[in-house]
Design a protein around this ligand. Structure first.
Ligand code: SF4
Length: 292
């Protein structure tokens, strides 16, 4: 499988998470994407807050890490997993995660600070659900030849082009079998098939633009690690609607740039703080806005 890559460009790239931040609060978006332009707070301070994690995020990251390790092993061997060793690996990863990250719950004293054992166990529970799933059995039974081209948590950000606009759509796992390109997204949070299905259309566009796969040879699977899996059907007009959405959301974000090509933002004052103060309780940057 040959993956097309793109030369560096400074212009902002659409992603579902970037536009989520933009919709949540313009000031939050500014701190998240333009910290070096702020003259009020140091870059180090903003980066510290930006890097805060939470129990939910930690469990999600660790579960993804566990599945990545399982699939990378499966690429080489279908021998049964040594669960004791795997559980020790997850504990070790959780301990490392706690060592290397600061928790929002601790920083803002907003809740009990999760410990490594609790996080490791919660992530392991998700990964075990996956190990017991029909999907894992199906992947394990695939012919050896398919394993050469697995794309497991690929590096980078999944840069692609949607109607010539820069965009980021990073897949969790992609494989090709019998002429079909299967794309999987692992989810640990609350099930929201409608919202998540829309995000997955971006992965279809990624496979089309970066791998040259025709749309009718793509199968999208939304896999909730709580135990359910939904196939996302690409309906007539869905991709066009998605492209139009990317187009209009990119234009909205461009309108907050003083220089679009170089991705220079307007002055901070142009990024107002949200009027919905209840949202600030969910924001990592609340200290900077005096809303902690
Ligand atoms: S604390 Fe509130 S106003 Fe400030 S960036 Fe966060 S969401 Fe926006």
């Amino acid at each position: 499988m040959t993956l097309i890559s793109f030369p560096f460009s400074a212009i902002l790239g659409w992603s579902a998470s970037r536009h989520d931040a933009f919709s949540f609060c313009k000031r939050h978006y500014y701190y998240q994407y333009y910290p070096k332009f702020d003259s009020e707070h140091s870059v180090a301070k903003i980066q510290t807050l930006k890097g805060l994690t939470s129990r939910a995020l930690a469990i999600g990251s660790l579960a993804h890490l566990g599945i990545e390790a399982l699939l990378k092993r499966l690429e080489k061997s279908t021998a049964p997993i040594d669960l004791e060793r795997f559980s020790a690996y997850m504990k070790q990863q959780a301990a490392l995660f706690v060592q290397q990250n600061k928790f929002e719950e601790e920083y803002y004293k907003s809740g009990a600070v999760p410990d490594a054992a609790e996080l490791g166990q919660a992530a392991l529970d998700y990964v075990q659900q996956f190990l017991n799933s029909q999907r894992y059995a199906w992947i394990s039974a695939l012919p050896d030849a398919t394993r050469k081209n697995w794309m497991i948590e690929p590096g980078g950000y999944g840069e692609t082009r949607i109607n010539d606009l820069k965009a980021y759509c990073k897949v969790d796992f992609l494989l090709q079998h019998n002429g079909i390109t299967y794309i999987f997204d692992w989810k640990t949070g609350k099930e929201d098939p409608e919202k998540h299905a829309k995000q997955m259309l971006g992965y279809a566009l990624f496979a089309h633009a970066n791998l040259g796969v025709p749309f009718d040879q793509i199968e999208l699977q939304l896999h909730y690690l709580s135990g359910t899996e939904t196939q996302v059907h690409i309906g007539e007009g869905d991709l066009q609607k998605f492209e139009e959405r990317v187009q209009s959301e990119t234009q909205e974000m461009y309108s907050y740039c003083s220089n679009i090509e170089s991705n220079i933002p307007l002055p901070k004052e142009s990024f107002p703080m949200t009027e919905h103060e209840r949202l600030c309780g969910y924001c990592k940057f609340r200290e900077l806005c005096g809303r902690a």
